[in-house]
Ligand binder design. Structure first.
Ligand SMILES: *[C@@H]1O[C@H](CO)[C@@H](O)[C@H](O)[C@H]1NC(C)=O
Ligand SMILES: *[C@@H]1O[C@H](CO)[C@@H](O)[C@H](O)[C@H]1NC(C)=O
Ligand SMILES: *[C@@H]1O[C@H](CO)[C@@H](O)[C@H](O)[C@H]1NC(C)=O
Ligand SMILES: [Cu+2]
Length: 123
């Protein structure tokens, strides 16, 4: 499972920052949505919906290798109605940023990604 972030534009003074909510593990081994285009100053909020996942920064070249910020593992029991969240503020103009889940037990979640991260590349 993979996730990417692109920055569209700098935050304009006087415009409120937006929250972009991304669910993790809501339906299988996936981020939803799989990519977000945000402005600098916006927050990206990951909501851990089920099982034991992480949100871990990587690179385009090595999409399943940790490099950068990391949520740590977040365990959500079955049928939970409350969810742990982890967020960061988009403050770096050098995007896109790439993220994956580094869970490998019982299976490698990054390798189980539904789509190639290349399809989410900002054009
Ligand atoms: C979540 O997964 C990690 C890595 O596999 C493991 O170390 C940790 O114990 C797990 N947490 C729970 C609560 O099962
Ligand atoms: C979760 O909810 C489903 C549907 O109500 C139920 O069948 C299942 O036993 C529940 N699982 C747990 C661990 O409570
Ligand atoms: C942005 O860059 C700063 C300084 O290099 C770093 O501390 C921070 O973790 C970065 N944030 C993201 C979301 O990559
Ligand atoms: Cu995972």
């Amino acid at each position: 499972m993979r996730f990417s972030l692109a920055v569209a534009s700098a935050l304009v003074a006087g415009v409120y920052a937006a929250d972009h909510v991304v669910t993790v593990g809501e339906s299988g081994l996936a981020f939803n949505p799989t990519s977000v285009t945000a402005a600098q100053g916006d927050n990206v909020v990951f909501q851990f919906r089920n099982k034991n996942h992480s949100v871990t920064q990587s690179t385009f070249a090595s999409p399943c290798v940790a490099s950068g910020i990391d949520s740590g593992f977040q365990m959500t029991p079955p049928n939970s109605t409350t969810f742990a969240t982890w967020s960061f503020t988009v403050d770096n103009a050098s995007t896109p940023l790439w993220f994956f889940c580094r869970q490998t037990v019982p299976a490698n979640h990054c390798n189980a990604g539904m789509a190639s991260h290349k399809t989410h590349m900002q054009r």
